[in-house]
Every structure is written in structure tokens, then in C-alpha cells.
Design a binder for this molecule. Structure first.
Ligand code: AMP
Length: 419
């Protein structure tokens, strides 16, 4: 056993568990691509500034959760804590906006946050996300919520709650922030030092505090919906109308703010009551000023991210039945080297026929090879030496123990019964 171990909050995804990961990833790709989104793969680390400017220097993520380090030339780099900033940077660097058409992309990959690990919360975790750049209209808000829901429903998840809210835009939000500031100043003796600091930097951040006291104080705090300008009101009404039109149930939750600074107008979360404290599976919203924040043109954007680990916990709780995607495994017993070529040629044919193959080691005894075939769960063994002798092959079904000798010219027919 190694005495090195693993840092807190990270974990191996072992081969026994990987089926469910692949199943979720394949399902996501299928759904996202059927809505005409293309995959993008951005780097795992970026300049720290990207997250400070984008995710926001008043967020918990930037203030205390980033894995930041200096490289050998003294440049500050950060392991990405979330996917959106990298995607927007790629959009800008590649001047995609000059095409003047909406850009729709998705990503799948690891993210890093120095959080307190607990069930459903890790320091390296994985997100599936989509981003849309270049659509200002509420149809895009509706579309991304619908895609998230389609995906979760494809995984047969029910008991989902969709919460939506609108945070307003750069025109109306300052009034809301002012009202929040006033309210929290009036109760400031009840705030901790950290929360007083939050209040100074960005009063919105108090609303995503998990502190019991703040949660109580939040009850009476002003709500963004009461401060929306006409355009924001109309936008939010339309998002709701589209959701109604598609019979999607949602709850307007005026307390939902999400922990990132760049959100404007619509924010949403999808959660389940089956996960305990870490119950949010999807989080997303609109970010109409982020491209500009990075020095680009005024282009609206929006997106969501889904936590893979939480999905997996949920699916395991619900006892998801992965359809048996496993191909049958054929193990070749090789008595000595001279049979190897025949086995290799035949294995090529079997791979084309959608079998998995494992070639035995001619340097060990047949008895030992058979033992390994059983241990690794092979479905069949092929006795390769029988081929050269009689142009027939002996096949043993390891689950029934049945043995057959098949003329090679009938093998393809036999394979059909073995799949
Ligand atoms: P966010 O990027 O914070 O909007 O989070 C989007 C989703 O990612 C959440 O709803 C969770 O499902 C997941 N998530 C966020 N942080 C973590 C974490 N530390 N560990 C596991 N999943 C996470």
C-alpha cells in the first residue's frame, strides 16, 4: 500500500464506477448536440485575472476557493473553478462575434474549488455545461432551462424543482443594491465581520450566505423583482410565458441570487429533495455584460452548469439500471507462441463483430490462463490450438460450462448466438 494518499476533496473514478460516468457523458452529448450545441475544450488552468474579473472579486469562489499558483516565470495562474470564463475568453480571442450569429457550445470536465469537502461537495469536481453567446431574447433563457430539464429527464430523474428569479440589469440593479445595502446597514450589529465586509463589497453576496442568522435576515430583505426596469420585467415575463407554454413547472424564488457576480436578469437552479444539504444539481443564468467586462463588444450570454458527482449520487440512490452496454468478452487460450498469430488474426475479426477480446499469455500454463479467464469475468474461451489442427475451433461458454466444436466456416453464424 502507498503511504502517499490523496489530498482532501479529490477522488479516483475507478474502472468499476466509470460506466455511470460514461453513460451520463454520452447522454449529455446526445442531448446537447441535438439542440445544435458543439463541444468546446478549454484549458484546465488560465490566468488568475480571468476569474477575478469574470467570476468576480466579491464571490466566495474568488476570495477563498481558488487554486492559484505562480508558474516558474512568476505569472499567476488558477485551476479553473468554473467553465464560463474560459469559454467567453475563447469566444473573444477567436473573434467569434464577427460572424454575427449565436454561438452555442457545451463542455464537460473537471473544476477546482477549495471548499469544505462533504457529501456532494468536492475540491475537484466535474461539470457539464452549456453556454450561448449572442442572444439577448428570452427565448434563449427558455431554451437552456429546457435543455437542462430534457437532459435530467432523459436520465429518468423526477422530483425536480426549478427555481427562477431575475436579478435585473446594469440599469436597474444599482437601485436594488442600494436598497439591500440600506436594509443590511439597518441590521448591521447582527452581522459577522465577514458579512460586514461582504456588505461593503457587494450586498448581493449576503443573499447567498449559508449563515443561519443571515438566512433569517434575508426573509425581510428587499427583493430584486421589485426593482426591475420595464425591459427586465418584460424579459422575465416572457421567460415565464415560454416555460408555461411548454408546461414546465417552476417556482419564482425571489431569494435566488447564485454565487457568481456576472449574472444579470434570469438566474435559475434545478434541485432535488433527495440529496440533503447539497441539493442543487444545475445552476445557471444570463450574463449580458461579461463579454464587455473582458474588453469585448456588448454581447449577451447565458448558460448553466450541472454537477456530475451530485447526479451520480442521485442516480445511485435511485438505483439506475444502466442498460447492459457491455460487449461479451472472449478469452483466447494460447498454449505456445506458434498459435499467437492465429489468435491475433481472429481477434481482429471478433473486434469488428463487436466482441471484447483478451489474448492469453503463452508463457503461462493453460490451466493458469483458464483461471484468469474465469477471474476477469470472460464470457467465452476460445481454444486456439484446435484451429490449426482441424480447422475447427473449440469454444467454451464460461457461464454454462457448455463446450462446442465449431467449423471455422460456421463461426460467423455461431457468433450471432453469442452476442
Ligand atoms: P456553480 O458553478 O457554483 O453555479 O454550480 C453549478 C453546479 O455545480 C452545482 O449545482 C453543483 O451541482 C455543482 N457543484 C458546484 N460546486 C461543487 C463542488 N464543490 N462539488 C461538487 N459539485 C459542485
Amino acid at each position: 500500500m502507498t503511504n502517499i494518499g490523496l489530498p482532501r476533496g479529490v477522488q479516483d473514478i475507478m474502472p468499476e464506477e466509470v460506466d455511470i460516468w460514461q453513460f451520463i457523458e454520452e447522454t449529455a452529448r446526445e442531448i446537447f448536440e441535438s439542440y445544435n450545441y458543439k463541444e468546446i475544450r478549454t484549458p484546465i488552468f488560465e490566468f488568475t485575472e480571468l476569474f477575478v474579473k469574470g467570476t468576480g472579486d466579491t464571490t466566495d469562489i474568488v476570495i477563498k476557493e481558488m487554486y492559484t499558483f505562480l508558474d516558474k516565470k512568476g505569472r499567476s495562474l488558477t485551476l479553473r473553478p468554473e467553465g464560463t470564463p474560459g469559454v467567453v475568453r475563447a469566444y473573444l480571442m477567436n473573434k467569434i462575434y464577427s460572424n454575427n450569429i449565436p454561438w452555442k457550445v457545451y463542455y464537460i470536465g473537471p473544476m477546482f474549488r477549495y471548499e469544505r469537502p462533504q457529501a456532494g461537495r468536492y475540491r475537484q469536481f466535474h461539470q457539464l455545461g452549456i453556454e450561448v453567446l449572442g442572444i439577448k431574447d428570452p427565448i434563449a433563457d427558455f431554451e437552456i432551462i429546457k435543455i437542462a430539464l430534457d437532459f435530467l429527464q432523459r436520465l429518468k430523474l423526477s422530483n425536480l424543482e426549478i427555481d427562477i428569479n431575475s436579478l435585473g440589469c446594469i440599469k436597474c440593479r444599482p437601485y436594488y443594491k442600494e436598497a439591500l445595502k440600506e436594509y443590511f446597514f439597518s441590521v448591521q450589529e447582527e452581522l459577522s465581520e465577514i458579512d460586514k465586509d461582504r456588505l461593503k463589497r457587494n450586498p448581493l453576496r449576503l443573499l447567498d450566505s449559508k449563515d443561519e442568522n443571515i438566512i433569517k435576515l434575508k426573509e425581510k430583505a428587499p427583493q430584486s423583482l421589485d426593482y426591475l426596469c420595464e425591459e427586465c420585467k418584460e424579459h422575465f415575463e416572457k421567460v415565464k410565458n415560454y416555460l408555461d407554454m411548454d408546461n414546465i413547472n417552476y417556482k419564482v424564488n425571489p431569494k435566488l441570487v447564485r454565487g457568481l457576480d456576472y449574472y444579470t436578469r434570469t438566474v435559475f437552479e434545478i434541485s432535488t429533495n433527495l440529496l440533503g444539504a447539497q441539493n442543487a444539481i444545475v445552476g445557471g443564468g444570463r450574463y449580458d455584460n461579461l463579454v464587455e467586462t473582458y474588453g469585448g463588444p456588448s454581447i449577451p450570454g447565458l448558460g448553466f452548469a450541472i454537477g456530475m458527482e451530485r447526479l451520480i449520487i442521485l442516480l445511485s440512490k435511485l438505483g439506475i439500471n444502466l442498460k447492459n452496454k457491455d460487449k461479451k468478452l472472449i478469452y483466447f487460450l494460447i498454449p505456445e507462441d506458434k498459435y499467437l498469430k492465429t489468435a491475433i488474426d481472429l481477434s481482429q475479426y471478433l473486434i469488428e463483430k463487436k466482441f471484447k477480446i483478451n489474448i492469453g499469455n503463452p508463457n503461462t500454463s493453460l490451466k493458469n490462463q483458464l483461471k484468469i479467464a474465469n477471474k476477469i469475468g470472460a464470457d467465452y474461451v476460445f481454444f486456439v490450438d484446435s484451429i490449426t489442427n482441424e480447422n475447427k475451433i473449440k469454444i467454451k461458454n464460461l457461464s454454462t460450462g457448455e463446450e462446442k466444436i465449431i467449423p471455422l466456416n460456421e463461426l460467423s453464424l455461431e457468433l450471432e448466438t453469442m452476442i
